[in-house]
Design a protein around this ligand. Structure first.
Ligand code: SF4
Length: 364
């Protein structure tokens, strides 16, 4: 095992990222083998339990109501629908279900109570449950923990500096505060970001500084390659090169040795050979299922074939951490506080976001 380092600087991370590729791959693969079984990959299924109609302006996201995209909005799924989908995910080899809702932040009330019930039900199926619901308070995180939540996802997206070029409606510090609220519980933290949004390598390193200096480091880190969706402000961004993706995965592995590094959005743009390099460089988790919230993802059978070809095995649930206990709603120690937290709204102007909004108005 490596000793975990929590004081990575941007310069140190850039030095790792820019190493000659063979050296970078060798070092990343060595760190990977010291900390994980290199033939095991954790498989998660991402379920969009509430789609579209979001009030935020994230420049990469087709679910933002202000942009005109082909995403059809849906209200919150029912608990029984979610249970059926979770059973299907389990049957196809997923150890984790990640439920995503297109919300700015969690609001106490009927919908959150329904999500808590979904968490209880999936935990009782002996699957790891993750939620990505936007910003949450400590009390809300405690209630999710009691319900049996295994992980909470809240991505930092990019460096603090570049984040301001992508999103104007929520602040970086709010994101760090949400992660901090999750850390006050026994729920594990999943946090990562997106490359290919027009950021430079310094920004990629900056994001890894923000993630790796968290103590503890996130238990899982998704590395997404932007899927440029028509109608979003980032629709014209060029696809990320596989070399950038491999370098980013390898660097993440080296600076966060114990974290599960997840190949997330953008896998359809990668060849099998490209994905294989990412696994060699230390990626040890994927999202399965033909959709990632709203963007395409490889077919489950394609992934099974790839696993067979590479001799990879899906990771069993609760390999890294014991299954949380589910506390029923009636026995809950934490009741709704009806909080109205004041998450910030910087609201500076981002030209390409404004343009996409104007275009959408013209179309609508
Ligand atoms: S990323 Fe999340 S918060 Fe941002 S617009 Fe999309 S759904 Fe809303």
């Amino acid at each position: 095992m490596n000793e975990l380092k929590h004081n990575w600087t941007k310069e140190e991370i850039l030095n790792v990222y820019n190493k000659p590729l063979m050296e970078l791959l060798y070092e990343a693969a060595t760190v990977h083998r010291l900390n994980h079984d290199p033939n095991t990959v954790q498989v998660s299924t991402l379920l969009s339990i509430k789609t579209g109609g979001c009030s935020e302006d994230c420049g990469y996201c087709p679910q933002a109501a202000r942009y005109h995209t082909n995403v059809e909005g849906n209200d919150l799924m029912s608990v029984s629908q979610v249970k059926a989908q979770a059973l299907r995910a389990k049957a196809s080899g997923s150890s984790r279900v990640c439920m995503g809702a297109a919300w700015r932040n969690v609001k106490d009330g009927e919908e959150f109570d329904a999500v808590l019930e979904m968490v209880r039900i999936i935990n009782k199926l002996d699957m790891e449950v993750c939620c990505t619901l936007g910003m949450i308070t400590e009390n809300q995180a405690q209630r999710l923990a009691e319900a049996g939540l295994y992980a909470y996802n809240h991505n930092l997206d990019s460096s603090e500096e570049y984040y301001k070029e992508v999103i104007s409606t929520r602040g970086y510090q709010d994101r760090l505060d949400t992660i901090d609220n999750v850390r006050k519980t026994n729920v594990t933290v999943c946090s990562g970001g997106i490359i290919g949004m027009g950021e430079n390598i310094e920004d990629r390193a900056g994001m890894l500084v923000a993630l790796s200096t968290l103590n503890p480091q996130p238990e899982s880190t998704p590395i997404n390659a932007l899927v440029a969706v028509e109608g979003t402000p980032l629709e014209d961004e060029k696809p990320v090169s596989i070399w950038d993706m491999v370098r980013m995965v390898a660097t993440t592995r080296i600076v966060m040795p114990e974290t599960q590094v997840r190949l997330s959005a953008g896998r359809t743009q990668m060849s099998r050979e490209g994905q294989t390099m990412c696994f060699f460089a230390g990626a040890n988790s994927i999202f399965a299922g033909d959709k990632l919230l709203t963007t395409p993802n490889p077919d489950v059978n394609e992934d099974l074939k790839m696993f067979e070809l590479l001799g990879l095995n899906p990771q069993k649930s609760f390999t890294k951490k014991a299954q949380p206990q589910t506390v029923e709603a009636n026995d809950s120690e934490f009741k709704s506080l009806g909080e109205k937290p004041k998450w910030t709204r910087p609201d500076h102007k981002i030209d390409r976001n404004e343009l996409a909004k104007k275009k959408a108005k013209l179309i609508k």
